[in-house]
Write a protein that binds this ligand. Structure first.
Ligand SMILES: *Cc1c(COP(=O)(O)O)cnc(C)c1O
Length: 378
């Protein structure tokens, strides 16, 4: 099978070779349970987990005691939002989030709505940004949490995390950010940015699927959502995924080393691709703010007269998505793009292109040629 050129890094990334090599021994000879305190198998695993925890903390500008391992960003987000709601129910029941968040956030909030939470789903501007005045004016005395993503998975639009955290702090409201798409793509420091809780995922930063982490600032109490053997200081029970954790640690080291270099290289390739498409299709436009945006993402609306599903099929030499991959095979138009004011046909005619560490100039040029050839027929 001739695989298409991969341009869907926001859906998932391949594992970095260095990450794979680092984790393999922990799938083989170093198979111990990190909680086994009485023999060398357990010690080896526990030591590797401690090192990885340190590496992830360093990437985030956090301390290792502030990192809890999970199975991925969906679980981290569930733990953050439900855990805060349960722990702070005596203080209030109001949570503020946005209509363009990932389903992990939206559906966690909808779940809490059924058990007494009051949720504000903020609308967004046409460019996908948040109105900070509206955010601040939405805070009331029952507000316990603001949850806003760092970077949108469909459009790459960045939220002003520092300004949001200032507003949260001023009103003594906790701030959680789903930073799954930002970590590894742009520099991020939870201390400088004053973040209380942060979710991230291994497979969006060149580690495997099934591993993630939640940063929880010291002294913040949240209620565990998975009970059992009291792993992770009781916050997340379940035998640790040692190979996954080792991989996430190594992926963090690579992110520290490479983010800046990747940023420049990948944004140049993304810009070439975007420019070529916009030149080939005069009616096409980019969805979302192009200044406050991830370096690897472009989400393009090809125009109401173009059937996006048809175009996706025609673009058979590249692997891209129409933004609903995270929505498991949904054929609904993207709710993110609709929240930004696109109508159904515009949302249906939009395609997300997302590049990554393994994207090379030669393959991007091949992709550009292929896209240009396909677009000629439209
Ligand atoms: C991929 C993604 C998630 C879900 O992460 P998993 O590790 O696959 O559960 C959550 N939020 C955003 C913004 C994402 O891109």
């Amino acid at each position: 099978m001739n695989y298409p050129i991969y341009l869907d890094y926001n859906a998932t990334c391949p594992i970095d070779e260095k990450v794979l090599n680092k984790m393999l021994p922990f799938l083989k000879e170093h198979f111990g349970n990190a909680a086994s305190a009485h023999h060398a198998y357990g010690w080896k695993a526990a030591e590797a987990v401690a090192e990885a925890r340190q590496q992830i903390a360093e990437l985030l500008g956090a301390s290792e005691k502030e990192i809890v391992f999970t199975s991925g960003a969906t679980e981290s987000v569930n733990l953050a939002i439900k855990g805060v709601f349960e722990a702070l129910s005596h203080r209030g029941n109001h949570i503020i989030t946005a209509q363009t968040e990932h389903k992990a956030v939206i559906d966690s909030c909808k779940h809490l709505q059924k058990i007494g939470a009051d949720i504000t789903f903020l609308p967004v501007e046409k460019d996908g940004s948040i109105d900070l005045n509206l955010l601040e004016n939405s805070i009331r005395k029952e507000t316990i949490l603001i949850s806003l993503m760092a970077a949108n998975n469909e459009t790459g639009v960045l939220h002003p995390i520092r300004e949001i955290s200032e507003i949260a702090q001023k009103h003594q409201v906790l701030f959680h950010t789903d930073a799954t798409q930002a970590i590894g793509k742009i520099p991020f420091d939870v201390t400088a940015l004053n973040i209380d809780l942060l979710s991230l995922s291994g497979h969006k930063m060149y580690a495997p699927k099934g591993i993630g982490a939640l940063f929880i600032r010291k002294k913040i109490q949240i209620s565990p959502q998975i009970d059992g053997g009291r792993h992770e200081r009781g916050l997340r029970s379940g035998t640790l995924n040692v190979p996954g954790i080792v991989a996430l640690g190594e992926a963090s080291v690579l992110a520290i080393e490479q983010t800046e270099h990747d940023f420049k290289r990948i944004s140049l390739l993304r810009d070439c691709l975007e420019k070529a498409i916009l030149e080939a299709m005069p009616n096409a436009f980019v969805n979302g703010n192009t200044k406050q945006r991830l370096p690897n993402t472009t989400n393009i609306c090809f125009g109401s007269d173009i059937d996006g599903e048809h175009l996706l099929l025609a673009l058979n030499k590249i692997a891209v998505s129409n933004g609903s991959a995270c929505n498991s095979a949904s054929t609904e138009p993207s709710y993110v793009l609709k929240a930004m004011g696109l109508d159904n046909t515009q949302a249906y005619s939009s395609i997300r292109f997302s590049l990554g560490r393994m994207s090379q100039e030669t393959t991007i040029n091949t992709a550009i040629q292929h896209i240009a050839e396909v677009l000629k027929k439209y």
